[in-house]
Design a protein around this ligand. Structure first.
Ligand code: ADP
Ligand code: GN1
Ligand code: MG
Length: 370
């Protein structure tokens, strides 16, 4: 950690009076967006301190308003069902002045959560049983938020899963080519643009009402669920920065993209990238077990499209960031975002190869067959 960041982190910690003494600070490198630190206090309690990425989130206060609203709502639902609200949802800690945000001397926005203990956080699922359990957690999350007043949510990132808008951004980045990286990415650019017709899959169906708008998480990457170390069950869904009205297809899709890929998101050996169909089936079963009754038949039929379009969109986003000079996603090596884009596109290609099998799996576990 740079000296400046360490100073600013300490400044932020001092805004939280319950952290009287710092025993240990560790950086958590899992996410691509925020700066995350685990802070162990003198009394043995631990906290997550996060500096919100203000390049990505232009209005951190609105992000926190969404999170406070949603976590308070979830807390009541969890208590009513006999669950443990300290473990099953994020708990936002307030500063000495009762604020969910602390602004440091350089204008950086910080927040603090209770650390959830005895969990693991993984890049992709290690067993079908574990993935199915996590799918039930994500499906349950959608159900728990069914009656949340969607109109009170801020749109923290406009057009977050507007795939045609993502493609338009890619085209602008290709055109501008500010880093001179266009020619090495020509095959990837072609791959995406040749699927342009499919990119309106979500937007046209949401606009026509064929698929309903719901309160969705929108970033259901597998490392955004904390898994109980002992039981292997999904415990808590985290990273609530992009909770906004959206589609269940986004949430299903991103969990498959991230959790059911046989390879890492930044794997360079593309022959390792493939959709694990057993994991796809496990997730489909778990998601439908928990959310199936709330989903419409059109949504269930479209689940494979959720997986494919979200993966394609994510590939386009990584590629755009690569072309623009890596300002959005954190990178730790040269060409990191290009590598990530390549894995996403290889996964799309593998989904296309297995398309009939994906459809058959959803059909097998779809409405009336649970
Ligand atoms: P990003 O937006 O950068 O992905 P996240 O909010 O997902 O940030 O946090 C990054 C990582 O920090 C998570 O993947 C998880 O490993 C860990 N983490 C975040 N919140 C908690 C928490 N309350 N308890 C335990 N671990 C957490
Ligand atoms: C980011 O924040 P994190 O690492 O959980 C991104 C997602 C991408 C994902 C790709 C706010 O997720 O949309 O799908 O990286 N989050 C944001 O790994 O852009
Ligand atoms: Mg995250």
């Amino acid at each position: 950690m740079g000296k400046k960041t360490e100073e600013l982190l300490k400044e932020a910690i001092s805004a939280y009076p319950f952290i009287k003494e710092i025993k240990e600070i560790e950086r958590n490198e899992t996410g691509h967006i925020n700066d995350t630190f685990v802070v162990k206090a003198g009394d043995g309690r631990s906290y997550i301190m996060q500096r919100i990425n203000d390049f990505v989130f232009k209005n951190p206060r609105e992000v926190m308003e969404n999170i406070i609203g949603v976590t308070q709502f979830l807390r009541e639902v969890i208590v009513a069902s006999g669950g443990d609200p300290e473990r099953e949802t994020l708990n936002v800690m307030l500063t000495e002045t009762g604020d969910p945000l602390f602004t440091d001397s350089e204008g950086g926005a910080w927040r603090c959560f209770k650390l959830i203990e005895d969990i693991v956080c993984l890049e992709h699922a290690s067993s079908t049983k574990q993935f199915r359990s996590c799918a039930r957690s994500f499906g349950g999350f959608l159900r728990r938020l069914e009656s949340y007043p969607a109109e009170t949510l801020h749109e923290t990132i406009p057009d977050f899963h507007n795939t045609p808008a993502r493609l338009a951004a890619l085209k602008r980045a290709v055109e501008a080519d500010v880093m001179g990286r266009r020619s090495e990415a020509a095959a990837e650019i072609d791959f995406i643009l040749s699927r342009e017709d499919e990119c309106g899959y979500f937007t046209t169906r949401l606009a026509s009402g064929e698929i309903p708008l719901r309160v969705t998480h929108n970033d259901t990457k597998f490392n955004n669920i904390l898994i109980d170390k002992a039981s292997g069950e999904g415990v808590c869904i985290i990273d609530l920065d992009t909770i906004m009205p959206g589609s269940a297809l986004y949430d299903f899709g991103d969990a498959i993209r991230s959790g059911a890929n046989r390879a890492e998101e930044d794997e360079r050996e593309l022959s390792k990238v493939a959709l694990n169909l057993e994991l796809f089936e496990a997730y489909t079963r778990g998601y439908l077990e928990a959310a199936g009754e709330a989903l419409t038949e059109a949504e269930i039929d479209a689940l494979p499209w959720g997986a494919k379009i979200i993966t394609l969109e994510c590939g386009a986003r990584f590629l755009t960031d690569h072309l623009e000079g890596d300002h959005y996603f954190k990178t730790s090596r040269e060409g990191h975002n290009l590598d990530r884009a390549r894995t996403q596109l290889a996964l799309v290609a593998d989904m296309e190869k297995n398309w009939d099998k994906m459809l058959a799996i959803v059909e097998k576990h779809g409405p009336g067959r649970l």
